[in-house]
Write a protein of this length. Structure first.
Length: 290
């Protein structure tokens, strides 16, 4: 009863007068004080999203990038912050870009995930062949449907069936890693053929796409992306995180030395928990460059 009464009292009376006193003493509004006490990156941007400040920011977190500047001016006017405070203005602009950009990135990733692989689509087929050529440059495909696909870790003689869960996103991720980190991709493919600790390279890659997607969807990637990008996160930044997962999972798998591939789900979940733990740190940046 007391807790309820105090909560009501604080929300309706104490908080208002406390904010008024602090503004009188510091000559700064709550948002300015938050920014002053926060480190650039995730700490600053999350301090907006985690406070009631977000209530009066309203549509500022849902606008297009071109409209963010106007939102910044409107917020500063509403909160009676001088426009000549360029430091605050820049920091608010960056934080709003990060918040709205994260939402937009998720929508773009989700949109790509919902595109089913279509063997009648020339662009889809070209990306699939590109994946083969990047990973197996000295071996030509004998046919479009062939058991050779198993050599790079697909389950059967037609890879399109393996993309059902993650759609085109799974293929785009695999191609991105193979194109931008070709040597690493070929090394990991070679390691995946280990006689005892081997695993299906492409299938695991698609599984890691699902992991990256789920972390983006539930907001776990916010700290990483807000620290990595001083502005709106783009699709490339999502792909880069995926590359980190592929590289780190391979190391993790061989360090753990699973009894067999039959225990994949158990070790996959253990790896997932490890990544989620790293993402809890406010200063986290998980990229392959690290």
């Amino acid at each position: 009863m007391f807790v309820y009464f105090w909560g009501f009292l604080y929300s309706n009376y104490v908080r208002f007068w406390l904010k008024w006193i602090l503004r009188l003493l510091t000559r700064k509004c709550e948002l300015q004080r938050v920014f002053d006490g926060s480190k650039a990156g995730a700490q600053r941007t999350l301090s907006i999203g985690n406070r009631r400040i977000i209530e009066w920011l309203g549509n500022a977190v849902h606008v297009e990038e071109a409209e963010v500047e106007k939102c910044v001016r409107d917020i500063m006017k509403e909160k009676k912050i001088e426009q000549k405070d360029t430091g605050f203005k820049t920091n608010l602009h960056i934080s709003l870009l990060q918040i709205s950009g994260y939402k937009k990135l998720y929508l773009n990733v989700e949109s790509l995930r919902k595109v089913p692989y279509d063997s009648d689509n020339e662009e889809h087929e070209e990306q699939l062949i590109e994946l083969w050529n990047l990973l197996m440059p000295h071996e030509n495909l004998k046919a479009r449907i062939t058991k050779q696909w198993c050599d790079i870790g697909f389950q059967g003689d037609d890879p399109k069936t393996d993309f059902r869960g993650m759609g085109l996103l799974g293929l785009v991720n695999l191609v991105y890693f193979s194109k931008h980190y070709t040597n690493e991709a070929r090394q990991i493919l070679s390691r995946s053929n280990h006689p005892k600790l081997g695993y299906s390279y492409a299938i695991v890659g698609i599984n890691l796409t699902e992991m990256a997607y789920s972390l983006l969807k539930n907001g776990a990637l916010k700290s990483h992306l807000y620290n990595m990008v001083s502005g709106s996160p783009q699709m490339d930044h999502f792909h880069q995180f995926y590359c980190y997962l592929v590289y780190e999972f391979d190391k993790f798998w061989f360090e753990e030395e699973p009894e067999s591939i039959m225990h994949f789900n158990q070790y996959r979940e253990k790896f997932h928990e490890k990544i989620k733990g790293l993402l809890l740190h406010c200063d986290v940046i998980l990229t392959l460059q690290n």
